[in-house]
Design a protein around this ligand. Structure first.
Ligand code: GAL
Length: 688
């Protein structure tokens, strides 16, 4: 297994503080708690019901700025003192949030420059939330001031065991302060305007700049924007948001606060390159809202969870927000059954979470989230929802033995934000190929086989993996390409997906037969990427078995083998006879090259073959009389084996050895049954 960048022994102090918290309290369980929306007499009831449910930590204060600072410079901490004391007396710990995600209306009224501006030049106003311009100096000062005072006041409060900076950093701003900050960022990146002109290829369309002062964010323009300008603006935006986070985090630390500090990520969120944020949080935390109506949601959430584990170098993370039942922000919102909600939480624990938390504790009775579910619904505690919450609390207490343990994987999947941004810029061969969708399609195929996957950054050392998949890495910088070559040399099966290794760090197209840097590795090369007709194309197979249709569609490369074995080729159309999938012996391993967007069945066959060649497989349910494919997700975390059945029929899994189910204390051996919409968490019994 590759060494994790943070092996348990050498975790930084903030991460160790998180480990100490979970060692003391077990898996964290709770939700966002917004007592400011309620009269005081509900607070006591809240604490009692939290205790009943087994809640041990709540996030407080996320949207409390206007309550804490009702007029400029005022401080109203009394109510928060009371809330924290009450929670502490009830044995509930607090993840205390800086209220900085939503400034009070007075800030924008007095200082319009703190408000974000959209690409059309429209200034957004208060009345919703998140109305701040990340680059605004006045906003930053105001956010710092309230954060300092909050941290000074509560750093030693015994309830406060964690800090939560802002909320879901993701604001976009194209205003004048953003323009200034973007120029500073560019000047730091490029040094001279000549270097910028080179990187942005401004010889095109008369875009040459004489001075950094002429540069603007990619606001609305008559036609297509320079793609490198756009790419750099995305990089800048992620960095500016990160700077906001860092400033507030450091302000908390500077008061002497010793608790772990985090901010909640949003899975594969487009506007923040979390690889560059990950080392700055003491524990990775994430918000996940699978749509119960979407059959792919469990797989796509598993991807987000594996990404979170990857961001933390394998360390435990926190599921900071999820819904216990329905959300209110989709067009049509299906609730989760309590059984589904329970499996969603257990899935996160299986994939490395040591904290399970919800948005929110008590369902709002008013405001834009009045129809968003809460752990304590409008109907109160005498509900199936609340009974489900209590059951989850009890389950999680039983899972204490998994705290701190890790998931091991022999398969790596590459995922990178800059490449995603560059690939998804407009004006490309097809908009039907998008990075996230391709990554998710490849991941789902591995997930259906219960293959453990580490999601890794471009350039990470891959030499410990047996299988490395690159679903769609449009930009592969030289270190990332070198890591793929090294992985194959060390014996890995390396599978490279379509339209990968096409562009450089600036999004400029590499010159030569593609994939330019990896031609030697893949033993094949192409001269042109072209859209395929809507009907797609049939594929002939040589050395692959496909259960279903062998097709390709969307985009394909005019490819030739330069020595690689051809496993599949086009059966008809303009590309008839040309390779679609190739395999090349490379070092002790092989490199597979996929020169088209494959249909689901063919993609599945390629990955199955590569898994077999790598000797990697996942735990699979026994063939079942009742269901053609039993829907069991199986994940090994440390000594525990999580088996989650999202199917309507019982499923069975062969588990050699003797096991005890942590959820029920039942012992089991060899063949275990998982009831429909139920879970088993088996711990191997070691006989001494
Ligand atoms: C999140 C947000 C929460 C809440 C939730 C509703 O994006 O952080 O405050 O609004 O969505 O699903």
């Amino acid at each position: 297994m590759p060494d994790s960048p943070r092996t348990p022994g050498e975790r930084p102090a903030g991460a160790r503080a998180f480990d100490a918290l979970t060692a003391e309290r077990g898996i964290l369980f709770g939700g966002d708690y917004n007592p400011e929306q309620w009269p005081r007499d509900t607070w006591r009831e809240d604490v009692e019901l939290m205790q009943r449910a087994g809640v041990n930590v709540v996030t407080v204060g996320v949207f409390s700025w206007a309550m804490l600072e009702p007029t400029p410079g005022a401080r109203e901490f009394g109510w928060l003192d009371e809330v924290l004391d009450l929670l502490h007396a009830g044995g509930i710990s607090v993840d205390l949030a800086t209220p900085t995600a939503s400034p009070p209306p007075w800030l924008g009224v007095r200082h319009p420059e703190t408000l974000p501006v959209d690409p059309d030049g429209v200034r957004l106003v208060a009345g919703s939330r998140n109305q701040f311009a990340p680059a605004s100096r006045v906003y930053r000062e105001a956010a710092l001031a309230i954060t300092r005072d909050l941290a000074e006041r509560y750093r030693d409060h015994p309830a406060v065991r964690m800090w939560h900076v802002g909320n879901e950093f993701g604001q976009l701003d194209y205003g004048d302060e953003a323009a200034r900050a973007f120029r500073d960022w560019l000047s730091a990146r490029y040094g001279t305007i000549e270097a910028l002109n080179e990187a942005w290829a401004t010889a095109f369309w008369s875009q040459r700049y004489a001075d950094f002062d002429e540069i603007l964010p990619p606001r609305r323009a008559p036609y297509l924007i320079n793609p490198t300008q756009s790419l750099d603006f995305r990089r800048y935006t992620s960095d500016e948001l990160r700077a906001c986070y860092l400033e507030l985090r450091d302000a908390i630390r500077d008061t002497g606060a010793h608790q772990p500090i985090t901010t909640n990520f949003m899975g594969p969120f487009h506007h923040a390159d979390y690889w560059s944020w990950a080392d700055e949080v003491d524990v990775i935390s994430d918000d996940q809202y699978p749509d119960p109506a979407d059959p792919d949601a469990p797989a796509d959430i598993a991807f987000a969870q594996d990404l979170m584990r990857g961001l933390g170098g394998g360390a435990p993370w926190v599921l900071m927000e999820q819904a216990i039942s329905a959300v209110q922000w989709r067009g049509h919102n299906l609730p989760k059954t309590p059984a589904r909600a329970r499996l969603d939480s257990l899935q996160a624990v299986a994939r490395g979470a040591d904290g399970i938390s919800f948005f929110q504790w008590r369902q709002s009775r008013a405001g834009a989230e009045r129809f968003h579910s809460g752990m304590l619904p409008h109907a109160g505690a005498d509900t199936e929802v609340f009974a489900g919450v209590c059951r989850q609390g009890a389950d999680l207490q039983r899972l204490r033995p998994v705290v701190g343990s890790r998931v091991a994987a022999r398969t790596a999947l590459l995922f990178d934000w800059s490449s995603w941004w560059a690939a998804d810029e407009p004006a490309r061969p097809t908009t039907r190929l998008t990075t996230l969708e391709q990554v998710q399609r490849w991941y789902r195929s591995l997930w259906r086989r219960n293959v453990p996957v580490d999601v890794v950054a471009h350039g990470a050392d891959l030499t410990g993996y047996d299988l490395v998949v690159v679903p769609h890495s449009y930009v592969l910088e030289p270190p990332a390409a070198a890591a793929l070559i090294a992985a194959a040399e060390h014996g890995a099966q390396v599978v490279i997906g379509p339209f990968s290794g096409v562009a450089d760090v600036n999004g400029h197209i590499l010159q030569g037969r593609s994939p330019v840097q990896l031609r030697g590795l893949v033993g094949a090369s192409g001269e042109e990427w072209a859209g395929l007709p809507d009907a797609g194309a049939a594929v002939d197979l040589a050395g692959l078995t496909v259960a279903g249709a062998a097709t390709a569609g969307i985009l394909a490369e005019k490819l030739r083998s330069d020595g690689a074995e051809v496993l599949a080729s086009f059966a008809d159309g303009d590309l008839a006879g040309r390779p679609v999938v190739t395999r090349n012996a490379a070092g002790a391993g092989s490199a597979w090259y996929v020169g088209a967007v494959l249909g689901d069945d063919l993609l599945d066959a390629v990955l199955a073959e590569a898994l077999a060649a790598a000797g990697v497989d996942g735990i699979r349910p026994e063939p079942s009389a009742e269901a053609a494919t039993a829907a069991v997700e199986a994940v090994r975390r440390g000594d525990a084996l999580f088996l989650l059945n999202r199917g309507d029929t019982p499923a069975q899994v062969r588990v050699p050895g003797e096991w005890v189910d942590l959820l029920t204390d039942e012992t089991t051996d060899n063949l275990v049954t998982i009831a429909p919409w139920d879970a088993r968490v088996l711990m191997e019994r070691h006989h001494s």
